[in-house]
Design a protein around this ligand. Sequence first.
Ligand SMILES: [Zn+2]
Length: 443
Amino acid sequence: MSQTILIKDVTVITLGSSNRVLHKAAVLIEDNRIKKVTTDRSDKLQANKIIDGSGKVMMPGFINAHMHFYSTFVRGLTKAQPARHFEQVLHNLWWRLDKQLTGDDIYYSALLMLLTAIRKGTTTFIDHHASPNCVRGSLQKIADAVEQSGLRAALCYEVSDRDGPEATRDGLEENREFIEYCRQEHTEHLKALFGLHASFTISDATLEKAADIGQSLNSGFHLHAAEAEADQRISREKFGLSVVERLHQFGILGHKSLAIHGVHIDEQEMEFLKDTETAVVHNPQSNLNNGVGIADITTMMNKGILVGLGTDAMTVNMFDELRTALWAQHLRYGDPSVGFLEAVNSLFINNARIANRYWPTPLGVIEEGATADIILLDYDPPTPLIDDNIWGHLVFGMFLQPVDTTIANGRILMENKQLKLDIDEQEVVAKSRELSAKLWERF
Ligand SMILES: [Zn+2]
């Protein structure tokens, strides 16, 4: 028998291509799909479970297009030397941290982030993982946490040459194995991409191997591209090519591939991205935090490049990232009229387009037939909420409001702000504190 949930008397922001506001609507979920969306009061819908949506706004669960679950335990770590530029950020912090990660660290780092994400209404992640001394089996550790959380994620391992040939070989194999696993198991919660760290840490020989494996499995690639100026400088000095041109030559770009950041790319590189339909993922909080610059998403989107929004592990709160994206475009152009639509579209429209390259059933939209990834926020609009001003309410009002209910794949993961999982959240937090203290000792 199918499971049904009916949410009644709710204000719906549909997002998607029609993006409308529906007042006093009813939404029926059947198993993992949205079966019916209606404002017809005479419609006598029945369900196993009824949720009163009055005083709440329903919208699709957020999608985070670039994340690093493994970074969770860095919170409060004081042992890293201050970094004066991007390469020092990697050497002093991230490349010291990721070498110390164990299987338990990887699992709990992911689980803690996923539980926080449920509270903040994010239901889909595209994650980028590195643990050079625990490569093999690392993606399955994250996958276990994802399955337990009930959320969905596309995973990959960041291959590079920075940790020696064994770690490189293991990284290539880890991607291959996880891509094959997702394909054989037809996993709904999990998808796989082929992960690469960044052009400047990957030799031609490794890039060629990765391209061969990824292409033979018909997988997209997920990698940092031109995050800092150093990536471009090294690429031009060592390989005589710009970062994006080099990736293009090796066949890394494409409809299912993600180029993360794109802060330091020129017009020609933008053409490569556009022609290959490669999506770019913007992570403004991380870029500002590392002092690497502000990506020109306005020009990229005007050229027709699909630009989405990720958090690069700075947060799991997508409202937070969205607002930063907005202010950053205003600042980049010194013009407050630039970048508003680009920023909101990157999160609310384009992330769904990106996710649908991996999950074929529609995500990021409230419509009949779409995947039932839904959140309810407490929001009683103090000004009229209509089709024309949805973005204004989201950016300037709803970002403050708590998420009350999170549903992913038709399953209620949080209701009345209480997690509905078979997981003891306090135990997860305590275990994380214990593991992170040990990690810091090894750091
Ligand atoms: Zn990243």
